[in-house]
Design a protein around this ligand. Sequence first.
Ligand SMILES: [Zn+2]
Length: 588
Amino acid sequence: MLRASPPSTAWSLFTAALLLVIGLWGAIAAGVSGREFMDDLDRPLPALAASPPVVEPPPNAPLAQRVVIAIIDGLRLDVSRGLPFLDELRARGVDGRARAQYPTWSRPGYVNILTGVPPAFSGVRTNRYRGAVRLDSLMDRVRAVPATGTARRAGFASDYDPMPRLFLRPRLVPLNDVDITAMDEGTAEAWLHAIHTDLRGDFDDPRYAPWPGGFRDAAESVVAANDALAVLLIGAVDAAGHEYGGLEPEYKAAAFEADAALRASVAGLDLTRDAIIVIADHGHTDGGGHGGLEPTVVEVPFILAGAGIVPGAKVDVELMDVAPTAAVLLGIPAPGHGLGRAALPALRLAPAEATRIAALDDARVRANKAVVDRELRGERTARLGKRALRVAIVAAAAGLAVLLAWWLRLRGGMRLDLRVIGVGAPAFFIVYYTLIGVLGERFSPSLLPDRGHIALELLKYGAIGAAVHIVIGWLALRRRLELAERLAAANGIAWLGLMFAMVPAGLLWAYFPAPYVEVPSPRLLVFIPAVKVAIACYAGAVALSLLLEVVVFFSRAVDPRVRVIRLERAIEKARAQADRSSAGGRGR
Ligand SMILES: [Zn+2]
């Protein structure tokens, strides 16, 4: 085995410069990738959107003249009990439970409620989703039926405005109006732009008004319009959940206020002819937050009352079952991309009708499931095909990095001092992952604050980890007297740290590459961006530490007083050691 050279000034500086460049590159690349993570989760064109909706003939006569769907954003099931108006509705109708589908964020939940397509397949997986959802919706079905008495219109009122924008529909313009020259560019975007020059809302009457008085007025007038479907969305409870947490009095107060506002808004309903469904898109953790699979996040109230509802029925459904249930109440086909089924026990149907609806639901779900399964299978095959090659590339890169370290060590540019490395290199990762695990309430996307970005949230922990790394690295190197030796030891910490950071990054790239056709599990949904942010922060910290060492190196190398002081200290220390050992020798 070749022996390492004693630390060399030139090689230590060279190694430091090399690691600095690698560290900075890693920090930037990982930072960019972390920033894009949420956008990589969203999919504007999932397979279902590209396949024709499965629209069956109306399965039954309407059970209710109109349906109001009230979505109380972020209302937990347990906190919903004891709210006066909701309890009244429960007493005269159905006290059910629904499970929000993962990821349990708001926009994915709204789309799930109104299309029957859960986030995994709707492509709307985060609250950052931009653009229109190209899935058949309850509003599309309502408007497709010829008017018979009740206006076949869909109204919407909310104190939180993004929902109508999710359901903008491109209106195909006549061929004469198509901009042929724009199509010459040949890109898909240019084509879409040329053809879809016009957008219309899926809601006929969307109203946004600030909480609470404004919402009440807007909701009242939407309900008074007598539309077949009215969707009311209350955002204030969710806001309180994020601010205070799901167990705090402020959150419960917001729930009471929402309950009262809902009572006032739907006072114009005649529940002998009309039906109301109360649902939430998700609940909240005790600490405030959602996105994951915690029971208090997943379980939400599902209350039905009024015409067509069987009082006291037991129902336990998923969010994707709400749209087909509302469709049966209105006597219209369920939204055609849906994967849910009507909550039949809650609906006043003749046995033959119930059987017919169940069969139609089965056929629709089967057809749509075939579409999503085909897409998943295709993506898995493609991913597995690339995996072996990518793992080989990562292994080769890691091997090269080891060779490089060995060579630099031989030249005297790097020291792998186990004691220093043992303290310096893992400090960041221990601090970072412990903070996420403890403060982030386990590895769950529910750690994400209101409508935020998961990478930005993780950056908080990364910044603390980076500071700890710099301080511990400094402490570990403090006693090194010889400057080249100190820099070489710092290089050793940096090299090992970069290996710790970049090998997992490479494995992520091999095993969980973007875009995510399959939604990563809750743990992975935090772990994937966590690794990216860790690399960004750690590589940044390594670069900063090394920069610090280079500054120390030059300032001390050129300052004769510092050199004299350090020399004197070294002599004193050597003398003291000599004294101790001679004293020890006498004692023996
Ligand atoms: Zn929400």
